[in-house]
Write a protein that binds this ligand. Structure first.
Ligand code: RM4
Ligand code: MN
Ligand code: MN
Length: 429
């Protein structure tokens, strides 16, 4: 951590400062021709934040293998140190989303102080009833909140209540619930009864939410249940959220849909009915690949932000989605991947700010499909890199975060102090 001092970052920035100043000025002139004030846009970029998943700083893996990298974080304190590196360099990731029991400690208030000393706060807390923990009395092999056994359901509910308490101590204001429950074979589960059991369990959790908290319900179409996942899509998730009440909303993880699903349209629907909790940003080619945001389909991410900026500008009441990353890394350094993703999400937000909305609305009214599409593409094709880099520079971050990170040789220097541990809690598996 002490590697990334303001002096070190400023020193690294010297190499890029002149080019940035000139690119920023050129982009400013270009935008001014369209009536846009670059300073206003840079201010919006600077105000943008996306939370980092604590589980993302470990190397993930697949069902087949995990290839740990050097100097992996071994506990939540070290995970926070890595998150602080990300924030120091990109300056748009001030909060961390913790996952329990992976991030459990004996004193959560002390953890909060540790984070604050690193310049970090906490975002939504995540419960985990998709794995068995050592010493756990009852197994989640056949489900958790929807299990046929009341005792298993009670254990899973109790864990979620614990998560709310941990989150209160950490300063969080939301609980994200994702369950892997479901069936692998037709006939394995009674489809209606499984969802009834979910609603019963979820009601108990909902009732324990503090007044200013929200419950984020996360859907996913498959895996680990390959035939009939209980909370399989946004329809089921929003129906449950509506049953539970005001404080429950649907969370959209971009990787949790079948290929080619129109996710931006789902977002528009959730916004329209006041039920959008927020996002787990990542990208995928096939399913829940958990790749870096925008690495496969950056236009889709832009179109999602196009809906979000539209809602922001229409001043939709209660519109305040949570932005979180959720990804896993098999072949890259997690710090680098998370920095890339954070910058890509911020980039799409800024590009969406450039959309000429009156022109788009006129095209829509006139049924000018071609020019409507071109209006969006015009914003998407604009290279807003100088705005992102300038926002980072002004906030004390790196003009070029990856180059700056590599120059410090963080992993190499940290490796002796962070030897590999067998069965480390890092990563998804
Ligand atoms: C799931 C889902 C959840 C995350 C876990 C680790 O696939 O995306 O959000 O908590 O992975
Ligand atoms: Mn997720
Ligand atoms: Mn996922």
């Amino acid at each position: 951590m002490t590697l990334f001092t303001p002096e070190f970052i400023a020193g690294q920035n010297l190499t890029h400062a002149a080019a940035l100043a000139s690119d920023y000025a050129a982009l400013g002139e270009q935008l001014a021709r369209s009536g846009l004030d670059i300073e206003a846009i840079t201010a919006r970029a600077a105000a943008f934040a996306v939370a980092v998943p604590s589980w993302g700083v470990g190397t993930g893996g697949t069902r087949f293998a995990r290839f740990p990298g050097p100097a992996e974080p071994r506990n939540v304190f070290e995970k926070l140190e890595d998150c602080a590196v990300i924030q120091r360099l990109v300056r748009c990731t001030p909060r961390v989303s913790p996952h329990f029991p992976w991030d459990c400690v004996s004193d959560h208030a002390a953890l909060r102080e540790h984070a604050a000393a690193l310049g970090l706060g906490f975002d939504a807390v995540n419960s985990n009833t998709f794995q068995d923990q050592p010493g756990q009395p009852l197994s989640y092999r056949f489900g958790s909140l929807t299990h046929t056994s009341a005792a298993v359901r009670e254990q899973a509910i109790a864990h979620n209540l614990d998560c709310i308490r941990y989150g209160q101590a950490l300063g969080s204001r939301a609980l994200t619930v994702w369950i892997g429950d479901g069936g692998n074979f037709p006939g394995q589960q009674h489809l209606v009864r499984a969802l009834e059991r979910y609603l019963d369990s979820a009601r108990t959790i909902y009732a324990a939410l503090p007044a200013d908290w929200q419950m984020f319900i996360e859907h996913k179409c498959y895996e680990p249940a390959f035939y009939s996942t209980v909370i399989q899509d946004w329809g089921t998730s929003v129906l449950c959220a509506m049953q539970l009440g005001e404080k429950a909303r649907s969370l959209v993880d971009l990787g949790h849909h079948a290929p080619n699903v129109n996710i931006e349209m789902i977002v528009a629907r959730l916004v329209q009915f006041g039920k959008l909790a927020g996002f787990h940003f990542n990208d995928s080619k096939y399913g829940d690949d958990d790749l870096d945001s925008g690495s496969i389909n950056p236009y889709q991410l832009f179109l999602v932000f196009n809906e979000l900026v539209d809602a922001q500008q229409r001043q939709v009441p209660g519109f305040d989605p949570a932005y979180l990353l959720d990804q896993s890394h098999n072949v890259t350094d997690p710090i680098e991947s998370l920095m890339n993703s954070a910058a890509t999400v911020q980039r799409c937000y800024v590009q969406a700010l450039l959309v000429d909305r009156p022109a788009l609305g006129a095209c829509q009214d006139a049924n000018d499909a071609l020019m409507a599409g071109n209006t969006l593409k015009r914003a998407f094709h604009c290279d807003v890199s100088p705005i992102l880099a300038e926002a980072r520079r002004r906030a004390g971050g790196a003009i070029d975060p990856i180059t700056c990170y590599r120059a410090a040789r963080y992993r190499e220097r940290l490796a002796p102090a962070r030897p590999a541990v067998a069965g480390s809690g890092s990563g998804i598996v």
